[in-house]
Design a protein around this ligand. Structure first.
Ligand code: PNS
Length: 160
């Protein structure tokens, strides 16, 4: 395959070291990787879209082929718009598989041109999620090592 553009979609509220691990792996094998934040009007996020974009831009600065973007609506429509070949998703454990398989199959039904590729983060991040990070931060627990330093600082500023 030539010039593969992959989209890594998600909420990234906030970006964790697990996401970053996947971004690093994705940036190595795809020509371009677009990390795309879903603008979800249903959810009440901790960080605004702008804050999430800023944090992602900062932590992905080392990779020249990584771009940060925002999307709303159907992921497959956005993929078509961006002329993406791949949707990248992370699978941490078997528990992720069922939901991810369902989404991948539905996305394939909606758009046959785009292929979902799963990658596994380092095993040390297999228990990590944005939801748990938010909860630990809210309850005053330690989040060092779970998120990049800039996110840790922003979490403390937001929650304290
Ligand atoms: O980080 P998340 O919350 O697990 O990401 C979920 C995401 C953004 C990948 C998923 O909710 C999504 O693609 N939403 C866009 C709407 C859509 O296309 N829904 C149909 C999926 S089959």
């Amino acid at each position: 395959m030539k010039n593969v553009l992959a989209i890594y979609p998600g909420s990234f509220d906030p970006v964790t070291n697990g996401h970053l691990d996947l971004i690093e792996r994705g940036a190595k094998i795809f020509d371009r990787l677009v990390v795309s934040i879903l603008r979800n009007f249903d959810k009440e996020p901790l960080f605004t879209i702008d804050e999430r974009v800023e944090m992602l831009r900062e932590v992905t600065r080392p990779w020249a082929n990584v771009e940060i973007d925002v999307f709303s609506g159907l992921l497959v429509d956005y993929a078509r718009l961006r002329e993406a070949n791949v949707i990248l998703r992370g699978i941490r454990a078997v528990s992720d598989y069922e939901y991810e398989l369902q989404m991948a199959m539905m996305n394939r039904k909606l758009n046959k041109e785009v292929e979902t590729v799963f990658m596994m983060p380092a095993v040390s991040y297999s228990f990590l999620s944005s939801r748990l990070v938010r909860e630990i931060a809210h309850l005053g627990g330690p989040i060092t090592g779970l998120v990049p330093t800039v996110v840790e600082e922003r979490l403390r500023a937001k929650i304290l």
